[in-house]
Ligand binder design. Structure first.
Ligand SMILES: NC(=O)c1ccc[n+]([C@@H]2O[C@H](COP(=O)([O-])OP(=O)(O)OC[C@H]3O[C@@H](n4cnc5c(N)ncnc54)[C@H](OP(=O)(O)O)[C@@H]3O)[C@@H](O)[C@H]2O)c1
Length: 410
């Protein structure tokens, strides 16, 4: 049956509509249940759409009457949040998802969390992915909130957070044995930035490039949270790394292992510079380009500096142009003006499995040595922290100290 007649069938249409209504009702009920179970506590809330200064307000959320911490349901855990890390995606949600949508009223931003488990749901200790070291009260964990939870406003800028046990990973011991020490880097590495670096570095095209003898890798946006991790991973995989950032961050990317630094502020457009200056490629064209900026011309011009079997792995879709660019980059044959190179645009869906994989990288010391922290702000200064993130000038992660460490015992 063609798609159009499939959806014009009244039975199918009512089934689809009923499912959508049920889904929305379920999301709405879940939000209400999560919130009503919690005691009165401080959280940042999106009160109107816009930039951080106008969009955010520090509020009391939860139940006035409740004083005791609730026992989470099912396989959820309740976390006393010590730190939240900020991501560019938070700003997109803040600006563009209308606050009048039922489940976005009082939406709490921030995807990345670190903290301690204070209560487990009846099935949480038995979650198979934690079988080797079952979760317990007091365990220091971190992770990135799932798309469904974050879209319905269950962010990390709150004192207590309920998430599925499956979504969390233990904070790497390599980062220290307290939330004060390990919280900030864990929120970044086990959160969105670390999981995105993992997604990009383990993409089949990246894996193929890393199998070359001393692969040559270009990283655009190398001083950002994701880029700074990709430098470390690429170096650990034996690559020659060319890092693109502004001159003021040259020493930083070199310290992480970059072999050569390209100051994009002096060489604009970057693609023309790369095409004209082959000495920057080491002994030849690149095997792999990680684009953490979303520069379409970097791909279009890439035959001048990317090997024919090489790939460009991009993590930034350019708004409304993301779809046409991706179609052009992936489907347009070269005789019609397409670029004869492999293009990958990746979108990270947070997962506990990925969080545990990056935690392992840190603990085993091989691929990631550090999660750089740009700055740490107190809970009162969240607007200022988001304004800094919005400048796109941060070096590593911006982290919020949600509350001071406190011993949580079983
Ligand atoms: N696809 C996904 O699932 C996914 C997941 C995470 C992030 N992202 C996206 O990936 C991008 C990077 O994320 P992030 O967390 O690493 O961001 P970030 O930490 O906020 O990046 C800030 C860094 O970007 C650098 N930068 C800004 N403009 C640049 C340019 N034109 N050329 C080179 N470097 C530039 C800045 O360095 P200078 O000061 O030296 O310019 C700064 O150090 C963001 O757009 C984010 O939305 C996508």
């Amino acid at each position: 049956m063609p798609t159009s007649s499939f959806f014009s069938d009244p039975a199918i249409l009512s089934l689809v509509s009923a499912s959508l209504v049920l889904l929305l009702a379920q999301i709405y009920t879940n939000v209400a249940v999560h919130r009503s179970q919690l005691p009165r506590m401080k959280a940042w809330v999106v009160v109107k759409n816009g930039g951080p200064s106008e969009a955010l307000a520090l509020k009391d959320v939860g139940e006035e009457t409740t004083t005791a911490l609730p026992v989470p349901q099912g396989a959820n855990v309740l976390i006393r949040v010590s730190h939240a890390a900020l991501n560019p995606a938070d700003l997109v949600f803040m600006r563009h998802i209308p606050t009048w949508v039922p489940f976005r009223r009082q939406a709490i931003p921030a995807m990345d969390f670190a903290g301690q488990i204070v209560a487990l749901g009846p099935q949480a200790a038995a979650v198979p992915s934690h079988a080797a070291a079952p979760l317990v009260v007091g365990a220091r964990v971190a992770g990135c909130i799932s798309v469904a939870l974050i879209a319905t406003g269950h962010g990390a800028l709150v004192e207590y957070l309920t998430v599925p046990a499956e979504l969390v990973a233990r904070q790497p011991l390599a980062f220290g044995d307290s939330n004060e020490l390990a919280g900030p880097p864990s929120a970044g590495l086990l959160g969105c930035a670390g999981q995105t670096a993992h997604l990009a570095a383990t993409d089949p095209c990246a894996e193929a490039a890393f199998r070359a003898n001393r692969p040559r890798v270009l990283i655009n946006g190398a001083s950002g949270a994701v880029g700074s991790l990709l430098i470390q991973i690429s170096k650990a995989r034996g690559a020659y790394v060319a890092a693109v950032c502004s001159g003021k961050n040259a020493a930083f990317v070199r310290r992480l292992g970059a072999d050569v630094v390209i100051d994009y502020t002096k060489h604009d457009p970057l693609s023309a510079y790369l095409a004209a200056t082959p000495t920057y490629h080491g002994s030849g064209a690149f095997h792999l380009i990680f684009d953490c900026v979303g520069d379409q011309s970097l791909f279009v011009k890439s035959p001048a500096y990317l090997l024919p079997q090489g790939a460009l792995v991009c993590i930034v879709g350019k708004g409304l142009m993301a779809v046409p660019y991706t179609l052009q980059n992936r489907l347009l044959p070269s005789f019609l003006g397409g670029t004869p190179r492999t293009y990958r645009l990746l979108g990270m869906a947070p997962s506990g499995k990925r969080a545990r994989a990056v935690a392992k990288w840190a603990d085993e010391g091989g691929l990631v040595q550090e999660m750089t922290i740009d700055s740490e702000y107190g809970m009162a200064d969240v607007k200022e922290a988001y304004e800094k993130l919005a400048t796109k000038r941060s070096v590593g992660k911006i982290v919020i100290r949600v509350q001071a460490d406190k011993e949580v015992v079983q």
